[in-house]
Design a binder for this molecule. Sequence first.
Ligand code: SAH
Length: 448
Amino acid sequence: MLNKNQVYTATITDYTSQGQGVAHVEGCAVFIPYAIYGEVCEIRLTKVAKTWAAGKIEKILQVSPHRVNRACPLGKRCGGCAFQHMDYEEECRLKSERIRGALNRIGGQNLDQVPLLPAPSTACYRNKAQYAVGMHKTKVVAGFYQEGSHDVVVSNRCLILPPEMDLVRDAVTDYMNQYRVSAYNEQTHKGLVRHIYVRKGWISGQILVCLVINGNRLSKPQPLIERLQKIPGFATLVLSVNKKPGNSILGDTFHTLYGPGWIEDTLCGMTFRLSPRSFYQVNHPQAEKLYEMAIGQAEIQKTDTVLDLYCGVGTITLAMAKAAGKVIGVELEPQAVEDARDNAMRNGVDNVEFFCADAGTAALELQARGLTPDVVVVDPPRKGLSQDVIDSVDKMNPRKLVYVSCDPATLARDVALLKEKGFVLRTAQAADLFPRTAHVETIVLLSK
Ligand code: SAH
C-alpha cells in the first residue's frame, strides 16, 4: 500500500498521453509531471488512488540527457506547452512511441515503429492564438489558462506564437484598460470581453482579430481599430457574440467592425478564405507536408471519385481535386462550408461539391444514394469517427481509406473497429504539427 506524502525512489519508464512521466512503485503506476524517460527520481506522492497514484519530483537522482532549461519562464505554470523541459528529439521520440503504442495496444496492430516528421521549427509556428481575458487586481490582462484551472497567466512573449499575436493582445488590453471596457468573469457571468482570438495567414501575413464578447456590441471600437492598424498585417476586426456560460470560445453571431471579416492564406499553392469559425491547421509548413502525405497515400487517379469527410475549408478537398475526377467534401460548420465553396471558385476548381452536414448523416445518405467513392479521406476532430461513418464507409467499399487523426487513442479505437470490417492498416506515419505541446497528427492508410 502506497502512502500519500511519502517519498519513493523510482525510474521513469513511460509517458502518459499528456506527456507526464510514468513510474511503477510497488506495482502501482505513478504519474509524474515533468519527469523524463530514464530518469531516476525521488517522488513525493500527491494522490493515491486504487490503481494509480500521482506524484511530483522531489529530486532527480539521475538526470536525462534530454532535459533542458525551459526556454519559457512560464513553462511550468501555463497549460499551453507540455514539453518545455525536454529537448525536441525526446519529444518526437515519445510522440512516435505514443502512436505506435496506441495502434498496437488499442488498434490491434503489430507495428515496429511509426515514422514521425519533426517540425522544421519549434518556435513561433502557431498561426492562431486564443487569449483568455481576465483581471489581475484592477487591470485587464490576457493570457492562457494555468494548467488545470481557469486562472489567466500572462507571458510577455509566448514562444510558440509569432510576435504579432502578442502585439494584438497588448493593443486590446491597452484599449480595454484605457476605455474601461470590462473583462468577462466566469463566476458572475458579468463583464464583456471573454477572449481575444487572433489568426495570421502564414504566407499572406494577414491578421484577423476577433473579440469574443458577452454582449452585442463594443461601444467605442474606433480607438481599438486605430491601435490594431499599427500592427503589420492587421486586416480585419470581428466581434463574436458568445453569451453562453461554458468552455466554447467562439459564439455563433459575428459582427464585422473592420475589413472583410475573414483573411486569406496560401496553402499547397492555392488561396484559401478563412472565417473565424473555420478550422485551419495551426502549423503551416507542417500542414502542407501532412496534406502531401495524405495525397501521396491516396494514389488518386483521374477517374476517381473521392469523399472527403470533415473537410473544413476544403484544403484537402481542393488539393485532391487536381488529381481526381470528382471530390465531395462534407463539413458540419456552416462558415467553413461557405469558405470551402468560395475557395473552390477562387481557385477555379469545378470538380468539387460541398455538403454542410454531420459526417455520419451525410455518409449514410450518400451511401444510400449509391455513391461508391474510390477513395475516402477522413479527418475528424479529437473524438474520432462515429459508428455511422464507419458503417457507411464499410458499405461504400472504397479502394483506399486515408485517416488523418489528431488523437492517437481515438484513431487506434477506430482502426480496431475498421479491422472488424475487414480494413487492413497498410501504413502509419506521423507529423508533428504542435511542437512543445502534447498534440500530434497521424496519417494511416487502410484498405480491404
Ligand atoms: N480536413 C480539414 C479540417 C479538419 S478538422 C483540414 O485539414 O483543414 C475537423 C473538421 O471537422 C472541422 O472543420 C470541424 O468543423 C469538422 N467537424 C466536426 N464535427 C463534425 C461532424 N460531426 N461532421 C462533419 N464535420 C465535423
